[in-house]
Design a protein around this ligand. Structure first.
Ligand SMILES: NC(=O)c1ccc[n+]([C@@H]2O[C@H](COP(=O)([O-])OP(=O)(O)OC[C@H]3O[C@@H](n4cnc5c(N)ncnc54)[C@H](O)[C@@H]3O)[C@@H](O)[C@H]2O)c1
Length: 321
């Protein structure tokens, strides 16, 4: 195995939202990246988005790592040859669409041609690793790295081993994620939706119910998070927030356990996001953010995320955690 990082290759399969963002992360950390997509036109599009984003980040002085735009960009190449993407990679990040059948098909193609010491990772949002990897020869080297979207701008990655994943693969994956600037957390046992999406879905589910019952507009529901809850969540988790909201959890329990329980009992069973309410909610948001302006809106979001990360890094230095 070559020692120089730029000679160590990461293979990215699927160049959509997650794939191209991961490609930028690995390149910013100095790794060579080979990216493959089943659709050549999508691959070309992904490479042009990377050019645009690197330029935009540089203009805003938010480029990651020590390499110049040119150096980072030179580390990323697209390929229309699946084997070329996979065979020399020490780490493979599969980022194809969220379908068990498709993921199984793609991993069955990786399995016979990857390096015997390669780590094979899936970006799946909610498919447990044992389901994807049960029939693979290299299933002991399979792991899920579920990123936050977009990974380049939001550091959390859930690392989820299957019951048969080698412990050394978990350690190396965790170290690699930290090295490229991400914050890995380990999901210790398989659970549907992992932790990130179980929490996210409980929030979306309650927002849906409040909207459907006419309690608040979509815009105001979003403000409850962006101007209220989310301000603290940007640097502190809900358990610590609760701890600080009273003088510790024991006192919080005494003061609020009945209220917490009573309100939770009123949540009711889950509801499906569908029908006229979905159309109404969509149209309300689309009046503010038309669908043909999504790319600009995502850029607006991403610069805010990168700026927030820069601020948090500076604060971590001046006021350590
Ligand atoms: N978007 C999110 O918010 C988010 C967050 C975390 C994880 N994920 C997960 O990441 C994965 C990718 O999601 P995305 O949002 O990037 O999807 P996407 O639709 O943007 O990209 C998927 C890409 O995979 C390509 N593809 C499809 N079949 C392929 C094949 N056989 N070989 C190679 N490429 C193929 C498609 O052409 C497309 O470019 C999914 O498993 C998703 O659940 C998504």
């Amino acid at each position: 195995m070559a020692d120089r990082k730029s000679e160590r290759q990461v293979g990215i399969i699927g160049s959509g939202l997650i794939g191209h963002s991961f490609a930028m992360l690995y390149a910013a950390a100095g790794y060579r990246v080979r990216m493959y997509d089943i659709k050549p036109e999508q691959l070309r599009h992904a490479l042009s988005i990377i050019d645009d984003q690197l330029e935009h980040l540089s203009q805003n002085e938010l480029l990651r790592g020590k390499l110049t735009i040119k150096e980072q960009r030179a580390l990323i190449t697209g390929t229309n040859d699946f084997a070329e993407c996979v065979k020399d990679a020490f780490f493979i990040q599969e980022c194809v669409n969220e379908s068990l059948e498709l993921k199984r098909e793609v991993h069955a193609k990786i399995d016979p041609i990857c390096r015997k010491d390669a780590i094979i990772s899936s970006s799946t949002s909610a498919l447990v690793p044992s389901l994807i990897s049960e029939n693979l020869t290299n299933k002991n080297r399979f792991i899920v790295c579920h990123p936050t979207n977009p990974p380049f701008y939001a550091p959390l990655v859930e690392v989820i081993p299957a019951p048969w994943t080698d412990p050394e693969v978990v350690i190396t994956t965790k170290e690699l994620m930290a090295e490229i600037g991400q914050v890995p957390v380990i999901v210790k046992k398989e659970i549907d939706g992992f932790v990130f999406n179980r929490i996210q879905y409980s929030i979306i589910g309650e927002c849906w119910r409040l909207y459907e019952e006419g309690v608040m507009s979509a815009e105001d529901i979003d403000k409850v998070m962006s101007e209220g809850l989310g301000r603290r969540y940007a640097f502190m988790g809900p358990l610590e927030i609760t701890y600080l909201n009273a003088d510790g959890l024991l006192i919080f329990g005494d003061l609020y356990r009945e209220t917490l329980y009573r309100v939770q009992c009123s949540f009711g069973p889950p509801k499906k996001m569908e029908g006229p309410t979905l159309e109404k909610m969509h149209n309300e948001i689309a009046a503010r953010i038309p669908l043909d302006k999504l790319y600009e809106r995502r850029k607006w979001r991403d610069i805010r995320l990168a700026s927030l990360q820069k601020l948090i890094n500076e604060l971590d230095e001046s006021h350590p955690k």
